[in-house]
Design a protein around this ligand. Structure first.
Ligand code: ZN
Length: 116
C-alpha cells in the first residue's frame, strides 16, 4: 500500500471516531481497515470518521459482524457523495479477501467475514 511522505508540521487529514464507537477486541481485521482509511485520508486530505465498530447493537442485526469486532462503518467529513464513493473504491481495491466493502447510502460498511 503506498504511504504518503509525512514531514513534521504537515497539515494532515486523519481518522476521527464518534464518541459512541466501542471496540471489544482490537485485532488485525479492524487494524487493516483503519490503516487503509488513514492512508486514503492522507492522500486525499479528506478526514474519515468512524461511525461504528462494536456498538449500537440495536442498529445492527443479531448476526452482524459488528458484534464480533469484524466490521467497521466509515464516513467522510463533509458528507460529499464523491468522497464516500472514492473511499469505498480505495478500500475495495486495497483490502484483500475475505473483506467485503459495501457502499451504503450514508456510509461505507467494511466487514471481514472469514466464513466461506
Ligand atoms: Zn456496518
Amino acid at each position: 500500500m503506498p504511504s504518503p511522505t509525512r514531514r513534521p508540521g504537515d497539515r494532515l487529514a486523519m481518522i476521527r471516531f464518534k464518541p459512541e464507537v466501542r471496540i471489544g477486541s482490537f485485532g488485525p481485521p479492524i487494524a487493516l481497515v483503519l490503516d487503509a482509511a488513514a492512508r486514503w485520508s492522507l492522500s486525499t486530505g479528506v478526514e474519515v470518521e468512524i461511525n461504528s465498530i462494536n456498538d449500537s447493537h440495536a442498529a445492527h442485526s443479531p448476526t452482524s459482524l459488528h458484534q464480533l469486532d469484524l466490521a467497521v462503518d466509515l464516513d467522510t467529513a463533509g458528507d460529499r457523495p464523491d468522497d464516500l464513493a472514492a473511499l469505498a473504491r480505495y478500500l475495495a481495491h486495497w483490502l484483500p479477501a475475505p473483506y467485503q466493502v459495501i457502499r451504503e447510502s450514508d456510509h461505507v460498511h467494511v466487514e471481514h467475514d472469514p466464513t466461506p
